[in-house]
Structure formats: structure tokens, C-alpha cells
Write a protein that binds this ligand. Sequence first.
Ligand SMILES: NC(=O)c1ccc[n+]([C@@H]2O[C@H](COP(=O)([O-])OP(=O)(O)OC[C@H]3O[C@@H](n4cnc5c(N)ncnc54)[C@H](OP(=O)(O)O)[C@@H]3O)[C@@H](O)[C@H]2O)c1
Length: 495
Amino acid sequence: MNIVPTIIVIFGGTGDLTWRKLMPSLFDLHRDERMPKQFAIIGVGRTPCSDAKLRERFLAGVKRFSRKGMAKSADWNGFARHVTYQQGDYSDPATYSNLEKSCAKLEKDWKMKATRIFHMATPPALFGVIPKMLTDAGLNRDRAHVRLVVEKPIGHDLDSARKLNRTLTESFHESQIFRIDHYLGKETVQNILAFRFANPLFEPIWNRRYVDYVTLTVAETVGVEERGGYYDHAGALRDMVQSHLLQLLCLVAMEPMVSFNADEIRNKKVDVLHAVCPIRVGSVNECAVRGQYGIGRLDGRPVRGYRREDDISPHSPTETYAALKLFIDNWRWQGVPFYLRTGKRMARQVSEVAIQFRAAPHQSFPPESGRDWHPSCLVLSIQPEEGITLCFQAKYPGRRMLLRPVEMRFNYEESFGVPSPDAYETLLRDVMDNDPTLFVRADMVEAAWRLLMPVLEGWANDRPRGFPNYAAGSWGPKAADELLGRDGHFWRPSA
Ligand SMILES: NC(=O)c1ccc[n+]([C@@H]2O[C@H](COP(=O)([O-])OP(=O)(O)OC[C@H]3O[C@@H](n4cnc5c(N)ncnc54)[C@H](OP(=O)(O)O)[C@@H]3O)[C@@H](O)[C@H]2O)c1
């Protein structure tokens, strides 16, 4: 347990993220005795609210979203007394002088300097305002004790991301800034590093000599839900590829780190983004596919199309599906295509990376032995299944030599017998421990935007024709299958 007293100030204390993710995770950390002995959580918002009302709302969130389920009242009461609400406008200096007074009082009571964590869980339009106001109030000064947490999205494009990073670093040192991509907090995502670099078995074949191609899929069955207003201005490329998918790509393709040091790991990751062959604006259609879902069926029930969702323009050109084909220009990966795809209202919720190995160089078995013959494939399943599967050929029992595909599986829960913590539990605990390994550095954010800018510009200048172009409940537009089909490759999972 961390012994440093900690004050967590959540701007956007009345908001959805706080209710759905932050408070259930903080409460679960408390139940696991992983919160500091002395801590305080101050929710900040403009809405008039009392401590009691806020706690009531948070308890409802815990009941719905906590990994550990219902709260025992003794546990909840023990936690809730640490939670208070402060009403205030984010651009009013009084909000910040009041916060300073609250923090100073807590430190006086605890007779110790506390770690102060300012978590921006507000709409991104406020990401520039809050750090500046914290600076004006002198709340950013103590570099050793003050941290700033920033939720995604970091910018809307390269220029806005650079501008936001400049604003953040005018007020805080980069080492104090924790940019969240919650995918990085998932156990299965962290396990990519363990799997690759703790097992010398795989590293020698993790390269262009043995790997034919790689597919990375983040498929959702949900539509835009209540996020239509945001999503219609963002789209799949900004919302998912710029962050989660490119972070996954980095972990799969990076060189081994020399030590388990936050900056060493992040340097190796950003090297991947720097090595990706730039996409030319003129050739976007050769390596990128976009799509938008229309009406369809999911789990046997009819589903409306994107343009009929709440807060979505009936003529919206926003993509709800994006696929990219990328190459990494280095010794390890020269010539190996990496196919990335993400979509809403897809047939199944699944996030996985599939490493497709090359075919055997010489086929010694008679042609009739391999009816379902496929080269070996290694699947890193991120969610909802959590594990690793190696798919290979084996002899079918009997007198004849018949080859059939089989699977060797590792499943997290079966192997370890303990449930994985929620990604936010891991990330919030890491902020308290001042460990930035799983957070996104300014240069990584900008490198990711730089890579995608030609696609964003190409798509903005060429209004999509034929939207909607995939049915809700399907695996996306036909053009995305053709993107791989042209190379003789296919997506995994394919159905
Ligand atoms: N929700 C999620 O699951 C999720 C997941 C990943 C990342 N995020 C990111 O986390 C951040 C917060 O998301 P959220 O869904 O919690 O947002 P939200 O519920 O829309 O807003 C959070 C709070 O900010 C205040 N607010 C809203 N609009 C405002 C405005 N125009 N001016 C000033 N204050 C305003 C509101 O509090 P008051 O009116 O009381 O001030 C609101 O309760 C966003 O950057 C989002 O992209 C959210």
C-alpha cells in the first residue's frame, strides 16, 4: 500500500466517465486495500450538488459498473467519507483558490504533504483551460507532488494535438502529465510485452522471415450510444485507430527494451510509429477503407443505421469503420503488411491481434492430406476472451496422413484463477505510484496523428460515396476484405 497521502481532484465529478469508470475503480482499489491510508477525492463540477447526493450517485455507479459487484454498506461507508463535492466553474479563479484551501486543510490534518492528482474528466474543450487556471492559482508548482491526468482525445488532428501538448507543458512538466489510453491498462495488452520478451521461444521468429502478415482488430457491437454528438465529429479513425490500435501496433512490432524503464519502453514504442511508411495523400484509397453501418440485425434483433442514431446528421459522412494497411520500414518488418481495422455494430465484440506465419517452404505431404490446411497463426486475444491461442496443423487420427488445424490455448482466468483488474484500476494506481509506463507521451500522440493526417485529409476532401456500406451485425464493408484479398490474405477473426 502506498503510504503517501493522496488527494484526487476530479474535474467533471458529475460526469459519465467519473460515474461509470473512475469511482467504481477507486472503490475497488479501496476494497482491495490498494488505496493510500490517507486519501481524499474531491469531485468538481458546475452542477449544484451536495456531498451526500454525489455519494449516492457514485454508489449507483458502483452497483452497476464495479468489477466486484454490489458494495457492502460498511465498505462503501468507509470509502464514501473520503469523497466530497466542490461546486465551481472551471474558468473561475475562485474554484481553484477554494481547491487550494481544501488541499491545504487536508495536508494540515494529515500533518504531511500530499500527492495532488488533478484528473481532467471533462469534455476536451476544457483540457486547455484547467491547466492554465491551476497554474494561475499556483497549484502546479510542486513538481514532485503534483500530477495531471488527461483523458482522450488528445486533439482532433496533428495541429490541435501539438497545441494542446504545448498548453499542457507550459503549465506542467512532461513527467507530471499522465495521458490515458485505457487500452494500455488492460492485462492482456500489458501481457504482449511479457509474452514477447520473457519467452525466448518466440523472439527469433518474430520478424519478416517467419511472419507473413499481421491483423489487428478492435470490433464493437455497440453503436454510438449516447456519444453521438462527439462521435459524429470524430469517426472511427480518430476515436479508435489514433489511440488504441496504434498503441497495440507499437507493442506488437517494437524492438526489445533494454530495461523495464518507462521511458525506455515508450522510446521503443514511438520508434515503431516513426518507422511506419508514410501514407501519401494520393494513395489513401490503396491502403485505407472506410465504412458506415446501415440497418441490420444483431443478436436476432433489428438495429437502426448510423444516420438514424440520436444526435447524428441524417446525411453524416462520418466513418464508423476504418481499416488500414501499413508497412514498417525497418530490418525486422520490411515488406510485412500490418492490417488494422475497427468498427461499430460489427458481428461480434472482439479485440485481437493475429500473427500469421509463413507457409512451410516445402510441402512434403500429399496434396490430399491437407484439405483445411492453413499456415500457423498466433492469436493474442484482448477482449472479451483473454488469452493466447496457437493454431497449427496436426495429424488427424487414423491410418492415413491427414492434416487438420488444431489449437493450443492459454486462458487468463483458468491459468491464474484470479480475475483481471479493470484497466482504470491499474492506471489510477499507477498515477498514484508516479509510474508513467502505461501512459502516452506527447511525442507518441503527435507521431500517431502525423501518420494518420494524410488519411484524414484524403477522406475530408473526398466525400464518401455509397454510405452506408455495411449492415449492422456484419464484419464491415466488402472493400476491407478486398484490401487483404488483393494480397491473398484474410482478416482474423473472419466470422
Ligand atoms: N464516458 C466514457 O466512458 C469515456 C471513456 C473514455 C474517455 N472519456 C473522456 O473522458 C472525458 C469525460 O467524458 P464524460 O463522458 O464523462 O463527459 P461528460 O459526462 O459529457 O462531461 C463531464 C462533466 O463535464 C461538465 N461539462 C460538460 N459539458 C461542459 C461544458 N460545455 N462546459 C463545461 N463543463 C461541461 C459536466 O459537469 P458540470 O456541468 O457539473 O460542470 C459533466 O458532468 C472526455 O474527454 C471523454 O472523451 C470518456
